[in-house]
Write a protein that binds this ligand. Structure first.
Ligand code: ARG
Length: 472
């Protein structure tokens, strides 16, 4: 059946059904339904202020829009039974069934170009709030975990080689810092999302006395866009979000990778809960960390969406072009993916159990206290470079003997240097190595306790560390 199009005036031939399917966006842009109705209600109020609608007309339109919203809430699939080409057309048609010709009047001075740009901002503002909340909950979960194991020691790695001992809580808080920066990046994106293109018309502005500043305020935007051409064709705010999402996913992916390793039987530093792992159809002994593998894997598609939109925007002529319809599936999928991944990681963290003995075992075996031994020699006035070389030789000797540094007898040490005495063993103690690093940012318990306090405060206040004069 040929469709009656809202732009059908100048068209003679019927629309090719394959083209119609190719062109339509309703199947995905129905995500924007709430936003489209919210923006339309505010626009009706702006048209009343501009003298286009009488008060009675405006009230009728608003009531009609509310009914459309409610009907769709109770039956979310009904929108798919319509043959509208996109969500904006759908709302106009559905409103038409409630209020007749008034529905057409709502489009006075408005184009789908400024409409879709506005809807997308409203949608993203709401989603950003939910993702922000989810991120904060994950940050709290990390802080809670760090607080629950204040003295658990883990080997810290560089090059995936055991390097120096650190507190497990310190390790977790490293991810806390990353996610806190993500939270801040999201806030910065939200500030740029919060600008209103409505009233830009198709591209050149509106001839109706729509008070755009009042309209922006009504919709909770900080200000209207300054240039109508930019207003309808700008998608920087989507890119900002996708960049935020990509960096966040990169962080979650690194964390996933760590936890997958630490959960493996080779490490056995921790155990993921059965409830978030799955089995193998063939090998009965397997418990696979699927949740984390999926988070790591889904990072790829979020990066993909960022690059897809950057590529769509590159070479786009001014102003609106249908290419822009391609922003939606990328954005919607990124939003869903990020929301789910943050939630999934929180569940993983909340339910994982650490194995402090295994962690300590690994920390004891890799000569992680070799730096301490060098520091000991430095305390006896040996220059650090010299101490470094000497300790290197001592480590080789200990490895030959198949013992740890603390197991090596004093006379063995003294064969390397007369500076060694009984006091060296104190330096080799891992807890001592940790507690010596008590300067801000270090792994000592006191420093970590302070970091947890600061992290919690920053989750609550939303103040980024870099923008503060003092930390607390
Ligand atoms: N579905 C379209 C989109 O997502 C809405 C805007 C259509 N505007 C137009 N001039 N055809 O971009």
């Amino acid at each position: 059946m040929p469709r009656k199009k809202l732009w059908g005036g100048r068209f003679g031939a019927d629309e090719d059904p394959f083209f119609a399917e190719f062109n339509d966006s309703l199947s995905f842009d129905r995500e924007l339904l709430d936003a489209d109705i919210e923006a339309s209600m505010a626009y009706a109020r702006a048209l009343e202020r501009a003298g286009v609608f009488s008060r009675k007309e405006r009230m009728e339109v608003e009531k009609g829009l509310r009914t459309v919203l409610e009907e769709n809430r109770s039956d979310p699939e009904q929108i798919l039974r319509s043959n509208a080409e996109d969500v904006h057309t759908y709302v106009e048609e559905a409103l038409g069934k409630k209020v007749g010709a008034l529905a057409l009047k709502l489009h006075t001075g408005r184009s789908r170009n400024d409409q879709v740009a506005t809807d997308l901002r409203l949608y993203l503002r709401r989603k950003a709030e939910l993702i922000g909340d989810a991120l904060e909950q994950l940050l709290e979960a990390l802080a809670d975990f760090a607080e629950r194991c204040p003295s658990v020691i883990i080997p810290g790695y560089t090059h995936l080689q055991r390097a120096q001992p650190v507190l497990f809580s310190h390790y977790l808080l490293a991810y806390g810092e990353m996610l806190l920066r993500d939270r801040q990046r999201l806030r910065e994106a939200v500030a740029r999302i919060g600008i209103m293109p409505l009233g830009s018309g198709a591209l050149s502005g509106t001839v109706y006395a729509v008070d755009r500043t009042a309209l922006a305020r009504d919709l909770g935007f900080s200000t209207p866009t300054e240039n109508s051409m930019d207003g309808v064709s700008d998608r920087d705010f989507v890119l900002d979000f996708l960049y935020f999402a990509s960096v966040l996913m990169m962080h979650l992916s690194r964390f996933s990778e760590d936890l997958i390793l630490y959960n493996s039987s080779e490490f056995s530093f921790l155990q993921l809960d059965d409830s978030i792992a799955s089995g193998s159809s063939l090998m009965p002994q397997k418990k696979n960390p699927d949740a984390l593998e999926l988070v790591r894997g889904k990072t790829g598609r979020v990066y993909g969406h960022l690059f897809a939109l950057l590529t769509v925007m590159k070479g786009l002529p001014m102003t609106y072009n249908k290419d822009l319809q391609e922003d939606k599936e990328a954005l919607f999928d990124a939003v869903r993916t990020v929301e789910n991944c943050v939630r999934m990681i929180r569940k993983v963290v909340e339910n994982m159990r650490v194995n402090p003995e295994r962690m300590m075992d690994a920390a004891k075996k890799g000569y992680l206290n070799a730096t301490e031994l060098a520091d000991y020699l430095v305390s006896k006035q040996m220059p650090f470079r010299e101490a470094h070389t000497l300790v290197g030789k001592i480590v080789v000797r200990a490895a030959e003997l198949g013992i740890t540094l603390e197991e090596m007898p004093l006379r063995e040490y003294q064969s390397f240097s007369p500076l060694f005495d009984e006091g060296l063993y104190e330096f080799l103690d891992l807890s001592r190595a940790i507690s010596r690093r008590s300067e801000r940012g270090g792994t000592a318990q006191t420093a970590v306790r302070r970091s947890i306090r600061l992290l919690r405060k920053q989750i609550r206040t939303g103040v980024a560390r870099h923008s503060r004069g003092r930390a607390d």
